[in-house]
Design a protein around this ligand. Structure first.
Ligand code: PLP
Length: 399
């Protein structure tokens, strides 16, 4: 007899899903932590049965029932992370990759395999994503536009519209509903790395494809690289076939760590966001800072432009780590024009608002007063603009 309580599950809050999604079978398995399956291959005495399963996968891209045959096809530990991320983003499916760039590559190849090589994209986006689209490595042709120009830029061979919001590194935001409307029938890809599903769920605004560099907030501890695409099951099937053919799979250990990372994602993002909003306020009031970028959606990223030499700030931090990447439990700072967006041509970079004086801060879980002390001392290591407009060094770097 069917139990109605199981037939119609109550929708759960994000914080609950974060710790339970992808783990529903654990109690039945008699374990509390998810099993980590490192197998590269899976024994079977039934080759004819395996042939059928392989044919089925090759024809549909649907996940196999039972063991994966070979680890490039699927992995049960990684699948738990995929299930959980799909639940958090509110999509049918998710497909994980070795990195954010491997995930974007798979999306572009999936569209190109249908003859749709043209992409319409809005700058700024992450530097390497910009490079992958611009360099034409995958046969992609890109038209850069602002959100208002999307509809006009779409061609018969347009396979994708791509935006990042808040964008790396300026934290510029786009109105997803308006953009979605401009896309018509062309799938909209939103890179949701900065906001995470805690602050923004692009699928609810009509994005068909939601991309993450899982290396950042999803992992959250700076010790795992990964990428993931949350989407409908139809597109997920194409992505699984691309992943099988090209091999950009996520290692099971990374799948394990990412699932664990998701369980603290809501708590980490909310705590770091509170500190980031506070630091954004303090920076806005600081005479050494020309401009602060902090998005309406919130989040733990703050960008700011300094009057003085940004390299002095990078050289001046002591508690904060001067390093690229973001989304870790500890605070990182970097200079986008030198590092994260170095690969973007100088003119394109500047036109996208990535000024040479811009610094990007990824706020972690440290105490706000300790972070502010470090930042303000690092800012003192650079010249300030005095009332009469001349620059002077406010204090030497003497630490
Ligand atoms: C880092 C990043 C990527 C690329 O992800 P990797 O995991 O480094 O390959 C893509 N998009 C955004 C917004 C990023 O910050």
């Amino acid at each position: 007899m069917e139990n109605e309580a199981f037939a119609a599950p109550v929708p759960r809050a994000l914080a609950t899903e974060a710790v339970h999604a992808g783990r529903e079978d654990l109690a039945r398995l008699g374990v509390h932590a998810p099993p980590l399956d490192l197998s590269t291959t899976y024994p079977s005495y039934d080759a004819a049965g395996e042939a059928e399963r392989i044919d089925e996968f090759a024809a549909t891209g649907a996940r196999l029932e039972g063991p994966p045959v070979y680890a490039r096809l699927d992995n049960p530990t990684t699948a738990r992370f995929e299930t959980a991320l799909a639940r958090l983003e509110g999509t049918e499916s998710a497909v994980a990759f070795a990195s954010g760039m491997a995930a974007l590559t798979a999306v572009l190849l999936a569209r190109a395999s249908q003859g749709l090589r043209h992409v319409v994209a809005v700058r700024p986006i992450y530097g390497c994503s910009d490079h992958l689209l611009s360099a034409g490595l995958l046969g992609t042709e890109v038209t850069w536009t602002d959100p208002a120009g999307i509809a006009a830029a779409i061609r018969p061979d347009t396979g994708l519209v791509m935006v990042e919001t808040p964008a790396n590194p300026t934290l510029a935001e786009v109105d997803l509903r308006a953009v979605r409307h401009a896309c018509g029938a062309v799938p909209l890809l939103v890179d949701n790395t900065f906001a995470t599903p805690v602050l923004q769920r692009p699928a609810e605004h009509g994005a068909r494809i939601v991309l993450h560099s899982a290396t950042k907030y999803l992992g959250g501890h700076g010790d795992v690289m990964g990428g993931v695409v949350a989407c409908d099951e139809e597109f997920a099937r194409t992505l699984r076939l691309v992943r099988f053919a090209t091999g950009g799979i996520l290692h099971p250990m990374a799948g394990y760590l990412l699932l664990r990372g998701l369980s603290t994602l809501p708590v980490r993002v909310r705590a770091a966001s509170t500190t980031a909003a506070d630091l954004a306020c303090r920076l806005s009031a600081d005479p050494r800072v020309a401009r602060v970028h902090y998005p309406r959606v919130g989040g733990a990223m703050v960008s700011f432009e300094v009057y003085g030499d940004p390299h002095h700030v990078i050289a001046g931090v002591r508690l904060i780590t001067p390093a690229v990447s973001l989304g870790s439990v500890d605070t990182l700072i970097q200079h986008p024009a030198s590092i994260s967006h170095r690969i973007v041509a100088e003119g394109d970079r500047r036109a996208a608002g990535v000024s040479d004086r811009l610094l990007r801060l990824s706020v972690g879980l440290e105490d706000v007063e300790d972070l502010w002390r470090d930042l303000t001392e690092a800012l003192s290591a650079q010249p300030v603009r005095t009332r009469n407009g001349s620059a002077r060094l406010s204090s030497p770097v003497a630490r």
